[in-house]
Write a protein that binds this ligand. Structure first.
Ligand code: 13P
Ligand code: SF4
Length: 347
């Protein structure tokens, strides 16, 4: 039974999809033409392509070929800060572009489209979140990177999924109580693993929430030797049956390290491109989604990540459109918890 909040969230998402524009299908000659123009403009404009694992294979390929990076959200932030280019093209979703701008105010940060958002970001408005935090003044505020700059500005710590456990363990050692936002499934996973005293915001990822433990177990009957890889934005029942749980980069590593030949993967299917490179010859299967509450346009593929295409990357480079701008005062406040995460992860 869906709650009213769930229904409202789904309506919000459907309204957003009504305005979506997905990249068009291209033939190989057209793809090559786009890639050639992008390669040339990246050099001309002193720009670098920073892409997430969930973007289209063509974008990941191009980022690799042109000396950019394909990474998880933590590494995207690190790479963008270290790279000398004066312009970063961030192929991913909006919070990734905002993070790049907060860390690198002197750089021009362009996105293929500013429309590419995230259900976790949408589901955590800054004013409501601030009021929520005000109820627990003795708690440390830890927010996931998948949030707006304004939500980050209200936080003590920002974390990504690859570092969430370590940061929370550190806070537990200091005897801190924690407010966690926005992903309730990741929060639940972190709470169970660390034993932390945590209050959770009620947000979720529309992609990972659709994975079903029953469907995965049914698939395991067909592939009994398959290992199950799960991103911790998935519901607890799915996490419980995982052989490995982790961020996108940690799941790619698990695909390489585990001896299994077949994997059932509960995260966005865009990750298969790098998984196949990391573990050539192994077989990767999408974890089943579905059930009565499914928003099928999102099943195993993030609709916002899918808005990134060669066409809008080229347009961003040609026209300087879809630039991420963050107000100075807000930027300085959001920088503190973000920098704290980077410093912590460097230790
Ligand atoms: P990672 O930090 O693991 O790449 O996750 C980002 C994300 O949005 C997962 O849905
Ligand atoms: Fe957000 Fe989920 Fe898309 Fe990741 S997959 S960007 S958490 S909506």
């Amino acid at each position: 039974m869906l709650s009213k909040q769930d229904i409202d969230d789904r309506i919000l998402v459907q309204e957003h999809f009504a305005q979506e524009h997905l990249p068009s299908q291209m033939g190989s000659a057209e793809i090559e033409e786009y890639k050639e123009k992008i390669r040339r403009l990246l050099v001309e404009k002193d720009a670098c392509l920073v892409a997430h694992y969930y973007t289209d294979d063509l974008i990941q390929q191009l980022a690799d070929e042109t000396g950019g990076c394909v990474a998880d959200s933590l590494e995207m932030a690190r790479f963008g800060s270290r790279h000398p280019a004066s312009t970063l093209i961030v192929a991913g979703v909006r919070f990734m572009g905002e993070t790049a701008k907060i860390l690198n105010p002197e750089k021009r940060i362009l996105m293929p489209t500013l429309e590419a958002t995230c259900s976790l970001d949408i589901g955590c408005p800054a004013d409501e979140f601030a009021a929520f935090c005000d109820q627990y003044p003795d708690h440390e505020v830890v927010v996931y990177a998948n949030t707006s700059a304004a939500v980050k500005a209200r936080a003590d710590w920002v974390v990504t999924s690859s570092i969430a456990l370590k940061v929370v363990e550190h806070l537990v050692d200091q005897g801190k109580k924690i407010i966690w936002a926005p992903d309730k499934h990741l929060g639940e996973y972190v709470r169970k693993e660390t034993g932390a005293d945590m209050i959770l915001w009620d947000g979720s990822c529309i992609v990972h929430e659709e994975f079903k433990a029953k469907g995965i177990l049914d698939l395991k009957q067909v592939y009994p030797d398959a290992a199950v890889l799960v991103h911790p934005e998935s519901p607890d029942a799915v996490v419980q049956i995982a052989d490995a749980v982790g961020s996108t980069s940690q799941l790619i590593k698990a695909a390489h390290d585990l001896p299994n030949e077949t994997f059932i993967v509960a995260t966005d299917r865009g990750i298969f491109y790098k998984m196949q490179q990391a573990a050539p010859g192994k077989r990767f299967l999408e974890a089943p989604t579905g059930g009565s509450g499914a928003t099928c346009r999102s099943c195993a593929h993030c609709p916002w990540m899918a808005m990134n295409g060669l066409d809008n990357i080229l347009a961003a480079l040609e026209n300087g459109t879809d630039e991420i701008l963050v107000d100075d005062d807000l930027r300085e406040r959001a920088l503190k918890p973000l920098q704290r995460m980077l410093d912590f992860s460097a230790d």
